[in-house]
Design a protein around this ligand. Sequence first.
Ligand SMILES: CC/C=C/CC(=O)SCCNC(=O)CCNC(=O)[C@H](O)C(C)(C)COP(=O)(O)OP(=O)(O)OC[C@H]1O[C@@H](n2cnc3c(N)ncnc32)[C@H](O)[C@@H]1OP(=O)(O)O
Length: 715
Amino acid sequence: MAQYTRISGSVGLITLKNPPVNALSAVVRQGIVDSVERALGEPEVKCLVICGQSGKFCGGADIREFGKKMTGPPLIPVFHAIEAAAKPVVAAIEGIALGGGLELALGCHYRIAHSKAKLGLPEVTLGLLPAAAGSQRLPRLIGVPAALDLITTGRHVTAAEALQLGIVDQVTDHNTVDAAVKFALSVAGQSLDARRISTFPCPRLSNLDAVFEAAMQKVRQAARGAIAPIACVQAVRAAATLPYAQGLEREKELMATLFTSGQARALQYSFFAQRAVGRWSMPSGARWDTSKPKPIRKAAVIGLGTMGRGITVGLAQAGLSVVAVETQEKQLMEAKQAVSGMLERGAKKRGVSPPLGNISYSSNIKTVGDVDLVIEAVFEDMALKKEVFQQLSAVCRPGTFLCTNTSGLDIDDLASQTPNPELVVGMHFFAPAHVMKLLEVVYGPRSSPQAVATAMQLGKVIGKVSVAVGNCQGFVGNRMLSPYLSQANFLLEEGATPEFVDQVLEEFGFAMGAFRMSDLSGLDVGWRVRKAAGLVVPGQPARMRQGCRYSPLGDLLCEQGRFGQKTGSGWYQYDKPGSRVAKPDPWLHSFLEEYRTRHGLVARRIDHQEVLERCLYSLINEGFRILEEGIAAGPEDIDVIYVLGYSWPRHRGGPMFYADMVGLTRVLERLEFYHQAHPDVPSLQPCNLLRKLVASGSPPIHRWREVIKKVHSQL
Ligand SMILES: CC/C=C/CC(=O)SCCNC(=O)CCNC(=O)[C@H](O)C(C)(C)COP(=O)(O)OP(=O)(O)OC[C@H]1O[C@@H](n2cnc3c(N)ncnc32)[C@H](O)[C@@H]1OP(=O)(O)O
């Protein structure tokens, strides 16, 4: 609702009340209309202030209403009514003014913001554009280049930046509503002609075409197939070239296209999925709302390689005390320098001082005796990790949580090295660990709910989106990646090139195709895992392992020392070791031809559809297996992992959402087709849960959990 009160006798105060973020639901919109009408009709009222309850101005349109039948007054006429008011209307912005919230403020005649407030038009991140006249008013207020930046990126700006840009008129460190009331009284009675943004001409640009061409090129490059950023540029162009009313019409047309696109649905699903993963549950019945985390004030990181350094930075930046341990003195010195550099650069960006004093460095593992939680981040080698866990068990005080940063090793095996396996969980960080948003929190069969809750809470404290998953080879992310990569390799055997496979996957929207990604991560990583799994055995038939089809192509490249970017060659060639520019490699092409000849394989023409379907559907099929086994609690967990950790295009929601969009029947049919063609590839065999979902009439993704529950209860 929107509550109307009178303060200081002559000020009408409208307070938006719709927790948690005062979103502009139908009731709130109606409340604003009624309140404005009332205030304008009261002769004693000289001016109006609009604010939000609980220190939050407004988080924008109510996203939960999207896709439902529209009720209540639409936003644009509401904002026009405010702008047309004959009495000054001042927005008192505390906390947030986002999307429709900022558009509401732009409809007001003045804007006063608290110094800690954040403002922005993040609609693009939901697959939309600021279609409550935001795309038309903002360029008129702050000029085209700045408006393009804000609208196409959706970034939030601080109150200080908003003041500099001209979005707000005043910033206060004190009570914002009081400041807004005082301000409103000071301008009451003054002409409002120069305060109605819709009447402003858009500031002229001599190089208008060049500015829009450059903007379009920039968004196309970054968008990876997303259409909203492009529509945002088109809408701002309308503001710059058309009268306001016509610009609004264009904004409306563009919005209609976006609103009905699957991309907006995918991005809105992704928004809620990222919040839903915080409400985790385990097959044992333990849940986020019944498991209390322990507060972590002091943590230790063991092993200061690339991952350990990033984790240390993340913890220190979040204000924790960190003991950073590296047993090799030389590496300890190098790590100290590197971590300090990362902290200094990060602090400079945020305009704060670097939290260097939060970290104490040591070469002695015994110095971790008083910490609340340890994150072991040594080399990905089970024997080494076990040794560290045994040492930790001897030196840590009772009750210390022991976490391992691993991308796939058995958490339970590691937990068995300690007398308190219930305190052990996996924390799978993604490189660079201080930047990447995703954290897989991996519980073993003996991990306590409190250990999981504590790791999830710590993830939140350091700014991660944490997803709780069960313990299995590769957990969720890497386990699903395995059949995807296998298919990519099989396609090479059958006639494709790495360039073609990557092109198809990149056109789909991945930041990098399978082969460019493998070159970046290092081919030796997978080689080591395959060796440990007993798959790289000399003398075995080259293309079969344990009765299943196997491609040794990656192993053969590793045997040649081609580990990817770091060695200057892998699936591609690079100018020098460490270079990032991948070039097609004639050597690799001849190597593939020789390989096919040696194995009697005849190269055939492979099209886009086959590459996409085999790579993606095998990955999706593994996702269904993961759901069936209860390793992930729901499809949202898998989708968040893929969007945040594996560059799955956000505008496609994630692999499980994509399966829902494509249609489960279609996915099942194509898997059956490919499995018939490749009966020796088990990952193409449609899994039970997928069949059950199709048999239950392919319910929409938000109802999959019901079917999953039934499958689990039958086990
Ligand atoms: C005609 C169509 C016009 C569209 C114009 C628009 O306005 S589109 C919407 C534009 N607004 C946004 O994109 C803001 C989205 N929200 C956020 O970025 C963040 O939630 C926040 C406001 C910065 C707050 O972040 P914080 O980390 O503090 O909390 P959460 O993100 O966890 O959110 C708390 C709960 O609030 C729900 N929520 C947030 N925004 C909205 C919204 N606009 N509508 C409805 N609900 C919203 C969010 O889902 C959380 O609830 P859960 O139950 O946990 O999901």
